[in-house]
Every structure is written in C-alpha cells, then in structure tokens.
Design a protein around this ligand. Sequence first.
Ligand code: PMP
Length: 330
Amino acid sequence: MQFHDSLITLVGNTPLVRLRNVTAGIQATVLAKVEYFNPGGSVKDRIALRMIEAAEQSGELQPGGTIIEPTSGNTGVGLAIVAQQKGYKCIFVCPDKVSTDKINVLRAYGAEVVVCPSAVDPEHPDSYYNVSDRLVAETPGSWKPDQYSNPNNPRSHYETTGPELWEQTEGKITHFVAGVGTGGTITGTGRYLKEISNGAVKVIGTDPEGSVYSGGSGRPYLVEGVGEDFWPSAYDAEVTDEIVAVSDKDTFQMTRRLAKEEGLLVGGSCGMAVVGALEVAKRLGPDDVVVVLLPDSGRGYLSKIFNDEWMADYGFLEDTSSSPQVSAVL
Ligand code: PMP
C-alpha cells in the first residue's frame, strides 16, 4: 500500500512549473516553484516543521506545550498542522489587515486567534509583536517560535528549498527570485544556491513599495506576508544581489494574470515576486534559468484580489482586460 503515515512527510518537494504566457517576449526560461502543493498550502510548512523539531530537541517545547506566534496566517497553518500531529496547543496573533478567510482557516485547525490593530507602531503595547510577548509571559509551558529571529527559519530553506532547486534544475538555475517578508526564504535558499554554484547564481528579492528592504520607511501597502517596517535577523542582506520594489497595483494585476493565463491561482506575494522575476528575466538571454518562488494559494484572497469590487475601490482594475468584461456582464 502506498500512503503517508502523517502529513508531515508531505512537506517540501514541491514542483517547478514553467511560466508560458506572462513571459511573452522573454528569452530566458522562467520557472515557478509552486509552494501551494505543501500540505498546509504554503511555503511556511517548511519553517514550521524545522522550528518545532529544533525546539523539541533543545527542550524549549515540552509535551503538551503551547505554541504562540505573531503570524499573518501561513506560518500559523504550518505550525497548527505540525502541532496537531504532535499534540501541542496553538495561539496565533494577527494584524487586522489579514483576510478573515485566513483567520477562519486557523480557527478551523483548532487554534486560538487574537486580532490586533495594524495601524500602530511595532513598539505600541497593542502591536501584534507585543501582544504575543505578553501572552508568552502569561501562559505556562508556552514557546514562541519567532520566525523573524529564529535561525531555523532560514535554515529550513537552506536544507530543503535550496537543494531541491539545484537538483530540479540540474544545476542550471542562474537567478533565484523571491518576495521578502521575514527574509527566511531568500536568505536560506539564496545562501545555499550561492554556495553550491560558487557565487554564480544571482539572488533577487522583491518587496512592496514602501517596505524597508527596498529603502522605504515601512509605509502601509496592501499585499500580505511580505515587506517589513523593521529589519528581522532572519534576513541576511549579504545574500541578495538586488531588491526590486513593486507597487500594489502591479502586484495584484499580475496575481490575477497568473490565474487567468497560467492556471495558477496564487496569493498576492506571488504576483509581486513574478513582477520582479520578469523585470530581471527581460535583461537575460536564452541560456538563463530564472526560478521564482510562489509562496501560497489564491484561495485565501478570494474576497480581495479576486473580487472586482475590492480591486476597483483601490483603483487596481484600471488598464486590465477584466474591467470592460465585467461592465459588459453587468
Ligand atoms: N508570501 C507570503 C504569503 C507569506 O506569508 C510570506 C511569509 N511572511 C512570504 C511571502 C515571505 O517569506 P519570508 O518570510 O520567508 O521572507
């Protein structure tokens, strides 16, 4: 019989899919690493597993313990699945800009979710960073993975995502592109690819306009899961050769194109990363192989990015083929 004894062994080993249509006019091969094939539906299953197993080994997480983490959703799902398999409780703290779809998913896995205002400074007592610290102090047997500073976040990508890409491309990858949130994906994957290729692979980060990685002040943007208003220690700026800043409008329009033109129903940070990847690929030739990592599925964003009314309210529908079609139908 062929079966998995636990969802845990299904984490990682996600496929590469060539982008065939949004790449019109581009000579380089552009491949997407589609992370929604992970059991929790996102790239974050990788770090959840690695962080929990490391905490078990170090004794920071004891049997029956409670995992408490500020998360925009995907890390929560990964942690919730691994915790469920291993018998831990979970409490997640989210900013209020996170879609209700994502929050309901966390609650479905049996986790407790505390929602905090996103319009306050990180130092404010109600910020989601501070609320989670307070909960950890008040809850006996609790452990906070802290994906922003946990070395097992980048390490999981150094040990899995990086080697997978090198093997899947038979060492032909020339450029790696990923969105930067905690910085774990780009730091771990990028470091591995640079080491194995003796520095030949170029590593390009993408972040929302206004975020610190591309020189902004942390001003708000709507794309979820990427961009920061501080520099987390999970991110090593030495690994990235370049950061491409992308507007919300370009991000969300590309996200919709990926569903329509490539059959990839993915999240907003995926659209952002693809805008960056195409920006880079435009300058390259036929021997170049660009891999862009797509962190999650579009299912968690149906009421936002894939909702014409929401897109129109922000002026994001202009200049796309979908708006005239919609008014014709109405
Ligand atoms: N996209 C989404 C949807 C995410 O949840 C995250 C994680 N915050 C990222 C991209 C960025 O990945 P990383 O934290 O590894 O930089």
